[in-house]
Every structure is written in structure tokens, then in C-alpha cells.
Design a protein around this ligand. Structure first.
Ligand code: PRP
Ligand code: URA
Length: 208
């Protein structure tokens, strides 16, 4: 069963309320996505593998924990791109792959148009970034592609998830953990999340 972790921090919920507001303009929308990505970066890496090393402070030698796992971020284009900067604020050494997918407006099926990922995915924590998990079709296709390329330890970081998308990932990718800031009510007849925030890519890039 897919594990879902919810970010409950009050400031994340406050930022999400402002992100949803239809009056929020493009620069504010981008800034809020970046802020929310920082909360997702922290929560997504709570189980990062660590190792003990000896370091020398100006005062003494000491045994300390350091990250023992490399991280790869994989934004789903377009909207996932807006989360990269915020994630890198915390995950400064992460490498970044890209997957281009869009949802056909009629069928809601994902169409892949670009894939470029770093090597050695087997050994790394791979975090897929997409602010919206709606039907789950795009995320499921992205996770399948990354598994084909060797990824074994995968998470999906989303800002808003629909119950339908979570159920889809439970079926298709029960091994993948979903980290999100809100589980919304449902999808509407056009596949939009309710209450949601509208089309994330259009609001982020000003293409409404
Ligand atoms: C949006 C969003 C997700 C997808 C979610 O992208 O960023 O990738 O829809 O929907 P799903 O869970 O039903 O697949 P969109 O297809 O609008 O492409 P865009 O980011 O290029 O606008
Ligand atoms: N993609 C979006 O950008 N918004 C939705 O509500 C659903 C899919």
C-alpha cells in the first residue's frame, strides 16, 4: 500500500491557502510554490540514509551523522519545474533529471515528450516533483519510466493530491511514498482537482 505523508505545518497550510486563491498573481504563485517545495523537501527526506563520520571542529574531534545517500530530483514538466528551486534550497547537492509529460485534454492520458535523467538511479533516492496529483496518470507514467531506468527508491512530492490519484498510485506503484500538503475532496468532470487551484502550469507560467 502506498504510504502517504501529509505536511501539516501551519505555515505550509497558510501558503497553500494563498496559492489556491484565484487572485494570486504569477510572481506570487511562483514564490509560494518555491516555499511549499521547501517543506516537501524536508518531509521527503526524513528517512534519508545516514552514516557516522569523524569530523574535527575547532575544539575537538567528534562523531557526526552525515547524509549517505545521493538525491535525484525529477520534475515533471511543466509544473514540476517550479518546485526545483525550493527543493534545491535544502537539497543543495541533488542532481536534477527531467521528464516531459502532458495530459491530453480529451482522454486525460499522459503523453511523454522528453526524458533526461542522471545515471546510477539504482543507488539514489529519486524524488519526482509535480504540484498536482489528479487522476495519477502522469505520476504513474513517470514512476514507470524511472523504474525502467533503474530507480528503486522513489518518492512523489506533490502539493495537492486527489484521492483518485492516490488510489491509482496504490494500485500501480505500492512501493512509492507520496508526500503532499493536502488531500483534496475529488476530481471534477474535467479531471480538475476540487477545490484545487486550477491549472498549475498555466498559473505558474502565465499561459492562462
Ligand atoms: C498537470 C500537472 C500534472 C498533471 C496531473 O500537467 O502538472 O503533471 O496535470 O494530472 P494527472 O494526475 O491527471 O495526470 P499538464 O498535463 O496540465 O501539463 P503542463 O504541466 O505542461 O501544463
Ligand atoms: N492538473 C492541474 O494543473 N490541475 C488540476 O486540477 C488537475 C491536473
Amino acid at each position: 500500500m502506498t504510504a502517504v505523508k501529509l505536511v501539516k505545518h501551519p505555515l505550509a497550510q497558510d501558503a497553500l491557502a494563498r496559492l489556491r486563491n484565484r487572485e494570486t498573481d504569477v510572481p506570487q504563485f511562483r514564490a509560494l510554490i518555491s516555499q511549499l517545495a521547501i517543506y516537501l523537501a524536508i518531509t521527503s527526506t526524513e528517512e534519508l540514509r545516514m552514516q557516522t563520520v569523524e569530523i574535527e571542529t575547532p575544539v575537538t574531534k567528534a562523531e557526526m551523522s552525515v547524509a549517505a545517500e545521493e538525491i535525484v530530483l525529477v520534475p515533471i514538466l511543466r509544473a514540476g519545474l517550479g518546485m526545483v528551486e525550493g527543493m534545491l534550497t535544502i537539497l543543495t547537492r541533488a542532481t536534477v533529471g527531467h521528464l516531459g509529460l502532458y495530459r491530453d485534454h480529451e482522454t486525460l492520458q499522459p503523453i511523454e515528450y522528453y526524458a533526461n535523467t542522471p545515471g546510477n538511479l539504482e543507488e539514489r533516492m529519486v524524488i519526482v516533483l509535480d504540484p498536482m496529483l489528479a487522476t495519477g496518470g502522469s505520476a504513474s507514467a513517470a514512476l514507470t519510466r524511472l523504474k525502467e531506468r533503474g530507480a528503486k527508491r522513489l518518492l512523489l512530492a506533490s502539493i495537492i493530491a486527489a484521492p483518485e490519484g492516490i488510489e491509482r498510485l496504490e494500485r500501480d506503484h505500492p512501493d512509492v511514498q507520496v508526500v503532499t500538503i493536502s488531500i483534496d475532496q475529488k476530481l471534477n468532470e474535467r479531471g480538475y482537482i476540487v477545490p484545487g487551484l486550477g491549472d498549475a502550469g498555466d498559473r505558474m507560467f502565465g499561459t492562462l
